[in-house]
Design a protein around this ligand. Sequence first.
Ligand code: UDP
Length: 410
Amino acid sequence: MSIPKLSDYKDVVGRDVVGELYTLASHVGNRSIKMVNSTAVGGGVAEMLHRVVPLLNELGIETGWEVIKGGADFFDITKAFHNALQGKEEHFEQQVFKTYLAYNEMNYQEMSFDEDLIVIHDPQPAALIHWQKKRKNKWVWRCHIDMSHPNQQVWDFLRSYVELYDAAIFSSPLFSPQLKIPQYRFYPAIDPLADKNRELDDDYVTSVMEKYEIPRDKPIVTQISRYDPWKDPVGVIQAFKMARRHVDCRLLMVGDKAADDPEAEKILAQVNEAAGDDPDIKIIFLTHSIPTEINAFQRASDIVLQKSIREGFALTVSEALWKYRPVIGGAVGGIPAQIIHGYTGMLVHSVEGASLQIRTLLQQAELAKRLGQNGHQRVKDEFLITTLLKRYLLLLLALDHPGKSTILLD
Ligand code: UDP
């Protein structure tokens, strides 16, 4: 399938929404953006950038994307920072911060930052700004992680760099820390026309399930997520095993490896151990996932789980809701923005809660269907890529008018 153009979105979101983007873009004028993150594949940030970057270009905003480089020692540190910022107790030696800064400086020296707006995603490249002494352009730090309970040592260190930025963006007001710079709230978004989310033929879905040898004789409960402790994959297995005592079903767990995530194998081993030799549990670990296959797994599922215990947003929730799936999600981070409990899905706080909701939704087909339908509408209203594009355009306008809460466009 050819890569979707902006005009293709008219059929999904309506002519007005796309027209408004062009109007806003004309007010923004000739501008350039550079996005910087730490992985080109795996995880939600890369997933979004792959679509946001070409679509901003189509709107006339010259947008590029660069990925910082680092050795295994750097990514071990940044994953430890990520875990600490999501609340893990850990004390770091000064050498760790020095290594982090050395890699940021090395990347800074190899890159150029001439665009009008530099958007730095997440903590890995956050310190790049330190070496940009005189700047004419704007720098914004886009934080995608759940910052509701940050480890103070890491956050104190990082904040000294974050406060050098012109603004920071968080996925939920719940994470907004005290900062000296303005803050914006951007919900992440999914692309309804990307291979990950577009409509699929039933035959293709069937072929994917056959390829991975997943029988469809029983209802399928699925979690698709990196093997990461915050996604609680072991809790998913426990919840499934509890529920299956009452309702017959299968569990499908799919995860891939993000280039900047060194933890996957360790967590996968814990997951395999928790699953044991249960014939109803299928665990798939992909080096590179194929978007249409992930799409097919979601469409073949009777229930989608995202039982996270910390979560910046979880694109997987919106992806499943868009496909009318009933979703059970951990009541953390950005998930409650997507799941209104009992209306667009079910929120849970424990393994027992997840198990109970699996049983409920497998036994109450009407309820499950209604949640999926409401969920689809919620995604359409709030979490599609057209809304994210609009936010980037509004950000460019807002940064041009610092301190103004209203901007009049002629
Ligand atoms: N994903 C995937 N294959 C996998 C696991 C996840 O393609 O095996 C995708 C998933 O569909 C979603 C993204 O990776 O688009 C994960 O984003 P999310 O915000 O849910 O979590 P993150 O990994 O960024 O914490």
